[in-house]
Design a protein around this ligand. Structure first.
Ligand SMILES: [Zn+2]
Length: 351
């Protein structure tokens, strides 16, 4: 048997679209230990996963461009774009346009929708939230713009200089911890953090628009992606909910799914993450007893096997509780809860 575990984590959310492919659910089942089968009659068939919740589907915005994208002006001059898997934004000012992230999945369409939304306004600034190619590998589409100011954290610039990532622009202007700038009179605050990438994440805040962008964090309306957004730092991931909520924001752009987030979404994601955390830690006192029992069961011949069995037991007990409590509040909990529990189990082993 193969498992949906840490070892199969993708760098980011490349397969997120999978969650929107759910068939009309038949019976609602859960067996996190097994690989999902494509065979409709198999006990672990994909058909046993619940469909997306209606409340989530209702929030999905319409395609409203000839390019197959959704684009909307969420505050005067501030535009939100999604291709229904990835998200980005751009700000139109009297001085020029500021682009925040360029997912490669937008391709050539990115420049086209900006031109459509603000004809003739030059693109002057490009700001990277983090270096990952799935959110910024479309930067090359902006590379031919003369005098483009590309802003990123110094650590991101160093890392990209040493190891270029396909399509990702290397910053021309860098900062260490934070940077406040204004473009055309609009203030933009950048602050480094560590909740996702293995080097630096940047939170992008537009105070006048009450807009906060923190990529690869929450998935509005849904349980987080596998292993809490494939975080490289669970402690940082957990701590940053309060950091986000300390900002005076109404819009929260997380980079994923088609839905733009809000304060409620951040609070719900925080409550979910802490519930998973607390559930694993409530089971933790039984870990060594369970391990002893599994050692006995396997005849003291294979410690690794007994250890893995124990990890799975705690993970699955946790996932059952989490699915019970959250399946009516967040979409796709049954798909990812076991990975969230396993992430905390591994954390508990080491802390
Ligand atoms: Zn990422």
């Amino acid at each position: 048997m193969r498992h949906l575990t840490m070892t199969s984590v993708l760098a980011c959310f490349a397969i997120l679209g999978f969650s929107t492919m759910g068939q009309a659910g038949l019976e609602h089942g859960h067996n996190p230990a097994n690989t999902i089968s494509t065979d409709v009659d198999h006990p672990d068939s994909f058909r046993h996963f619940a469909p997306e919740l209606p409340a989530m589907k209702e929030r999905v915005p319409p395609v409203n461009t000839e390019f197959g994208l959704h684009v909307s002006e969420i505050e005067p001059g501030l535009f939100f774009i999604t291709d229904f898997i990835y998200q980005s934004a751009f700000l139109v000012t009297g001085e020029g346009i500021v682009v925040f992230d360029a997912p490669p999945s937008f391709g050539e369409r990115h420049r086209s929708v900006i031109e459509m939304s603000a004809p003739g306004v030059p693109i002057t600034h490009f700001i990277l939230s983090h270096k990952h190619a799935d959110h910024n590998g479309g930067g090359h589409a902006f590379a031919d713009i003369d005098g483009l100011t590309v802003i990123g954290a110094q650590t991101i610039a160093d890392s990209l200089t040493a190891n270029p990532l396909r399509g990702v622009l290397t910053p021309t202007d860098t900062f260490d911890e934070s940077l406040s700038l204004t473009v055309g009179g609009v203030p933009i605050d950048l602050q480094t953090a560590n909740f996702h990438a293995n080097d630096t994440d940047v939170m992008i805040f537009l105070p006048d628009q009450k807009f906060l962008m923190a990529i690869d964090t929450i998935t509005p309306g849904e349980a987080p992606f596998m292993n809490f957004g494939a975080t490289a730092n669970l402690d940082g991931y957990m701590e940053n909910f309060e950091t986000f909520l300390a900002y005076d924001f109404e819009h929260f752009l997380s980079g994923h799914v088609a839905v733009l987030g809000n304060r409620d979404d951040v609070e719900t994601a925080r409550d979910y993450a802490f519930d998973v955390h607390d559930t694993v830690y409530s089971l933790w006192p039984s870990f060594l007893d369970r391990f002893g029992a599994n050692m006995e069961l396997t005849g003291f011949e294979n410690g690794n096997l007994a250890y893995r069995m124990t990890i799975e037991e705690v993970r699955d007990d946790c996932a059952d509780q989490i699915i019970d409590r959250w399946q009516d509040r967040l979409s796709v909990v049954d798909l990812w809860a076991d990975s969230h529990c396993e992430t905390v189990v591994l954390h508990a082993i080491m802390h």
